[in-house]
Design a binder for this molecule. Structure first.
Ligand code: ZN
Ligand code: ZN
Length: 135
């Protein structure tokens, strides 16, 4: 079981299951959403995520129809995203997990959208779009 939280601590969660195929995503949306060179995201089962949002600070931005990016309205930290086309899954932001995790990122995605200032120095497969195994 993994534990996670936002920066201000208002949102706490437990993840009672694994993370499937986490990736480094360098697409322009992930760069903006993370405020950094890339986001590191992976699928979890929605039923495995036990969220404690006692102050009700979790909110979302719908970046396109059916795709919601959930974040803490107090500290602004991204927690996960959802896609109405995959209602049983969420994409967790690995940076908000406090526990050591066993899964490892499998690829760099959307590398043609990466910032021209970013040097890719982690040796993983590189794709112009999603990793080929993504359904
Ligand atoms: Zn917060
Ligand atoms: Zn992305």
């Amino acid at each position: 079981m993994y534990k996670g939280s936002c920066l201000c601590g208002s949102i706490q969660f437990e993840l009672h299951g694994g993370i499937t195929d986490p990736i480094y995503c360098h697409c322009s949306l992930c760069r903006k959403a993370s405020g950094s060179a890339f986001a590191t995201n992976g699928y979890v089962n929605k039923s495995d995520l036990k969220l404690n949002d006692a102050k009700g600070t979790l909110t979302y931005y719908e970046s396109s129809e059916g795709k919601r990016k959930y974040f803490c309205s107090l500290c602004g930290v991204p927690i996960y995203s959802s896609n109405s086309a995959k209602p049983d899954k969420l994409r967790i932001r690995l940076g908000v997990i406090d526990s050591d995790i066993v899964e490892r990122p499998i690829s760099h995605n959307f590398i043609t959208s990466k910032g021209n200032w970013e040097e890719l120095d982690i040796d993983l497969p590189r794709y112009e779009r999603h990793e080929p195994s993504r359904k």
